[in-house]
Design a protein around this ligand. Structure first.
Ligand code: SAM
Length: 233
């Protein structure tokens, strides 16, 4: 798949990889995704009474981290993959210490919430997959309360050529081969092309400011192979 996939194709990819998604995530990031997701939650500035949103929540790891902080409020997890949401719900049934999470099957480009509803929001590895980033920024901004923050974690193309080439080699070889072993090669071969199309930190900041955010900062992680874009409404 070389051209940009449609939303339907992206949904099909995630439904297909749902059974192996958590295993691959841990294996391929050496568990680092857990640290990056904790940082993302912290940057979103949740308080115990917050109404909080995790966008593109998938199997829910980041949503659960958010719920650990939001002990009195309400956490929502939104994703359009019914299969990943089922896994999130199963996992939630083993976490009785958390307040129940509201899971919604919906497109993050058309959020089923009123304006000015959320105190904070997070998104992990979702932005690279949406078909219209500017529209996504606007839609998230619409549902955030004034001054609320959204922290967006995703892959990033490093400026340093050596790190960028190493990242490409890792994604093209290790990731695709491990995914192949678990029967999900084609779906994981999709990561690097999606990263090639993904705007860099400067462009992300520009798009966010054009969408109306008052502040946009990009924090590079691990030599710039990942990053968190922190936006304030
Ligand atoms: C790489 S996964 C990330 C899942 C989870 N946030 C994590 O970090 O493990 C990307 C998720 O985005 C979801 N997604 C992509 N585009 C979407 C859209 N337009 N609306 C809702 N979910 C979307 C996919 O279904 C998938 O669960």
């Amino acid at each position: 798949m070389t051209s940009s996939p449609t939303a339907q194709e992206i949904k099909a990819i995630f439904n297909q990889i749902a059974p192996v998604y958590d295993t691959l995530n841990d294996g391929l990031s050496f568990g680092f995704h857990r640290i990056w997701k904790s940082m993302t939650v912290k940057w979103s500035n949740p308080n115990p009474n917050a109404i909080a949103l995790d966008l593109c929540c998938g199997s829910g790891y980041l949503t659960f981290l958010l719920a650990k902080q939001v002990t009195q409020g309400q956490v929502f997890g939104v994703d359009f993959s019914s299969q990943l949401l089922e896994i999130a719900k199963e996992k939630e049934s083993t976490k009785s210490f958390l307040k129940p999470i509201q899971w919604l099957e919906a497109d993050v480009l058309h959020l089923p919430f009123p304006p000015n509803h959320f105190d904070c929001a997070t998104m992990g590895y979702g932005l690279r997959n949406v078909t219209d980033i500017s529209h996504c920024f606007q839609e998230i901004r619409r549902v955030l309360k004034p001054k609320a923050k959204v922290a967006i974690l995703d892959f990033h193309k490093p400026a340093n050529d050596f790190i960028a080439n190493s990242q490409k080699w890792y994604l093209d070889n290790i990731v695709v081969n491990l995914a192949d072993f678990l029967g999900a090669k084609n779906e994981y071969a999709y990561i690097y092309p999606s990263l090639e199309r993904f705007p860099n930190d400067t462009k992300q900041i520009q798009l966010a400011l054009e969408a109306g955010y008052s502040e946009a900062i990009h924090y590079p992680l691990l030599g710039g192979i990942m990053g968190v874009l922190l936006l304030t409404k």
